[in-house]
Design a protein around this ligand. Structure first.
Ligand SMILES: *Cc1c(COP(=O)(O)O)cnc(C)c1O
Length: 383
């Protein structure tokens, strides 16, 4: 049905009416005083969201652009870098490091399993000459729905002295990422994930320690030179023409988030994760990750006796609900339910109900129809 598509993929995510209206406004001059006020307000809002006093810079880029900026501004060719790789995004940051000729060492875990913090500790403690300049970790690994133990890894990185660079693209706005408290040096994220915005903006938060590294870092940079963004943001301006309408949308989205409150936002995402997981269990659909490491942004499911791609196809065609598939070797083996950003309890019940009808259509025998909705409703009403 026209105009009924419901996005339950891990980005782009649904956008509220108020934000859509802000996006539809006439653009204004980006050097005007009025636009300076918008920059000032969104910059304060971004610091609130990152729970930090550090700089948070906004770029016209996707999440990958934000992460590339967050890596290359602080490193030089030949630098040793540890990269956590337990999925598609961890793998990508290793590739960025290779492209810039850093000496990359990966800390790997099987897809669906979390990174092991002790492996980081062992490698960092063995590096008595302090050759490792940075550690890069994907907090919420979207390809598998695993939430890595960033707090513990960061503690080991801080003890060593390397920079802690974080992909928080699907954790920021879904779960607490307290930059200052956890000693995170660089955080990258993107507008189409937890921000309730369309794709288009990338965000990079930078600590004082990272700025020290910036001063001597030698990798080439121009459009992604974060020093330029820092200088202009301090004057409520921007180095290049920013997508002004996206800033209007960001202004409204941050106002909505502040009205809801950080704790309420995180509680909502955790509730939706638990409701989704409870529903899948009640339907006999195996979860791809254990409860202890589930991401509050996305749940991956590895169905047996029923085809993941058929489920996605019926959900899309009959019920106008978009679910994500598996990437790389997980293609066709899992489906992923995004519950990130502008998602309400009703959306979860709708998705679970539609999934049950889909399973019925596919002749699935492993569960009683209604068991998933009952389980999800229990979680939603009890918390
Ligand atoms: C979506 C995503 C990104 C960024 O992807 P872009 O397509 O460049 O916006 C990075 N990391 C994670 C974990 C993501 O989910």
């Amino acid at each position: 049905m026209d105009d009924k598509l419901m996005l339950m993929i891990p980005g782009p995510t649904p956008v509220p009416e108020q934000v859509l209206r802000a996006l539809a406004k006439h653009p204004i001059g980006h050097r005007s005083g009025d636009f300076g006020k918008v920059i000032a307000e969104v910059t304060a809002g971004l610091k609130w969201l990152h729970q930090t006093q550090n700089d948070v810079l906004t770029l016209a880029a996707s999440g990958t652009g934000a992460m590339e900026a967050g890596i290359i501004n602080f490193l030089s060719p030949g630098d040793r870098v540890l990269v956590g790789n337990n999925g598609k995004f961890g793998e990508r940051w290793a590739k960025v490091c290779q492209a810039y000729s850093y000496a990359v060492e990966e800390v790997k875990a099987e897809w669906g399993k979390p990174l092991e913090p002790e492996e980081f500790r062992t490698k960092l403690e063995a590096d008595t000459n302090k050759e490792i300049k940075a550690v890069i970790v994907t907090h919420s690994e979207t390809s598998t729905g695993v939430l890595n133990d960033l707090q513990t890894i960061s503690r080991y990185v801080n003890a060593h002295g390397a920079l802690m660079i974080v992909d928080a693209v699907t954790s920021l706005g879904a779960t607490s990422v307290p930059m200052d408290e956890w000693g995170l040096d660089v955080i990258g994220s993107g507008s189409q994930k937890g921000f309730m915005l369309p794709p288009g903006l990338g965000f990079v938060a930078v600590s004082a320690k990272a700025w020290e590294a910036y001063a001597t870092a030698k990798s080439p940079r121009f459009y992604l030179d974060l020093g330029k963004y820092r200088k202009e943001t301090a004057k409520n301006s921007s180095p290049f023409t920013p997508p002004v309408n996206m800033f209007f949308g960001l202004q409204v989205a941050l106002q909505m988030m502040q009205k809801e409150g950080l704790d309420a936002i995180f509680a909502r995402h955790h509730r939706h994760m638990r409701a989704t997981r409870a529903a899948m269990k009640a339907l006999g659909l195996p979860l791809f990750t254990s409860d202890a490491v589930g991401s509050p942004a996305i749940t991956a499911v590895a169905p047996v006796d029923v085809d993941a791609e058929q489920i996605r196809s019926i959900m899309r065609k009959r019920f106008d609900i978009a679910l994500a598939g598996g990437q790389d070797h997980l293609s066709g083996k899992i489906f992923r339910v995004g519950h990130l950003g502008f998602v309400s309890d009703r959306d979860i019940l709708t998705a679970v109900g539609a999934l049950e009808a889909t399973l019925q259509e596919l002749g699935y025998q492993n569960a009683t129809l209604g068991a998933g909705t009952t389980a999800a409703a229990q979680v939603l009403t009890q918390s």
